[in-house]
Write a protein that binds this ligand. Sequence first.
Ligand code: ZN
Length: 464
Amino acid sequence: MACVPLTRDLCMSRSTLLSRSIWGANIHRGLATHLARGAASAAALNVQPRSPTTARSVQEVVSDDLPTISMDGRKVAVGWDTRTWSRFHNIWLRDHCRCPQCFHSTTKQRLLNTFEIPADITPSQVEPTADGLQVSWPSSESHVSLYPWSWLQKNSYDPPLGQRETRAEKIIWSSKIQTSPPTITYQEAMAEDDRGLYKWLSHIDRFGMCFISGVPPTPEATEELSRRIGFIRETQYGKFWDFTSDLAKGDTAYTTLALGAHTDNTYFTDPCGLQLFHLLSHTEGTGGSTLLVDGFYVASILKELHPEAYSILARTPVPAHAAGEPSALYQPSPPSGYPVLGHDPVTGELIQVRWNNDDRSVMNNLDPYQVEEWYNAIKTWHKLLTSPDSEYWVQLGPGTAVIIDNHRVLHGRSAFTGKRRMCGAYIGVDEYRSKLAVLREKFAANPNTPSVLETERSIWSPAL
Ligand SMILES: [Zn+2]
């Protein structure tokens, strides 16, 4: 009786097979699992044998409590359970061998010559082991690769099992964040064990900004605080900047005028990642509140209420320039610029907001039919950006610094009178992401990856 469904199911397409959820309901459990695995493994490789002879050409290895393996001339399939299979091309597996001959365990760089792998390479043997999938390759000297199960699962591309994302969830915010904005103390940020630093960077990662209280109101302490994260990124405004409102740098930032919510460096190919600033003093005057707006929050509303405008901002490149000083003329590469809303090309996730209407150059790349709809789209965007629901106003004073993710949170200020002394720094996005990743390895090791010693990174780290 058991043979009948086996024969029939071997002829089924994979989708038919997977859609059947009643596998083995009436048969002995162990047998059912075996049958399911046999049929599913053949189907997993899209092999549809017409007779048991052909079926036997599909190798299958079943070990208790280990994933099921099957292979054909092109791929190895790993069955996590009877319904979930990941297929890996033979050439992909060979290219990702991380044995000491193929991958340098210290430098974490590939040693193997990818271009010498025969296009039709096929394992001589595959075996599930407690440590992972063991694959032997045909060659004059024996070559054995071992891939940890968790690594295979995380890197499964056929189908993607969606476990690659290690980033923490973002918390988007409106003006209501004023009741409890993310804050850490200077002492926490500077503490030697780096736990406070991890907390700080995690706040920036989730909220796109964080206040630091109790900072000594000096440029020296503020610079030291900035350097906790990484190198300061030097720009035309200097390295660590410390300035008063004197228009010294040919930019509105150096005046007493109000500044609408914007991101910095829209005229750079890679705008600075983080910006930290600290008001050291404000004398003989008033005003100068700081404005913060979560660009991801505003984008989410735009997408919900005006999807067409969102789409226009996501696809229309905007040129920009910084040209206030005779000695500098910045434009991004390519000069046509980047869209206001930048997305991850793989996941489609919003990853960057670039917006400074003051620095925008001539819009000469629009098709004639796009001109009016583009102006309508930025007007809608501007309206949401400047709504009281979006704007978080805070009066900063000496002792409280703020750091913002310049790829997400827009900043501005109200006009002021008197004399203000501001200091601050830019930190590159790569330095910040690197520091956060290292601290994450240290304090929030993923239990699914092989143990990471504090001193040495695993060759199976999800980032490699
Ligand atoms: Zn190798």
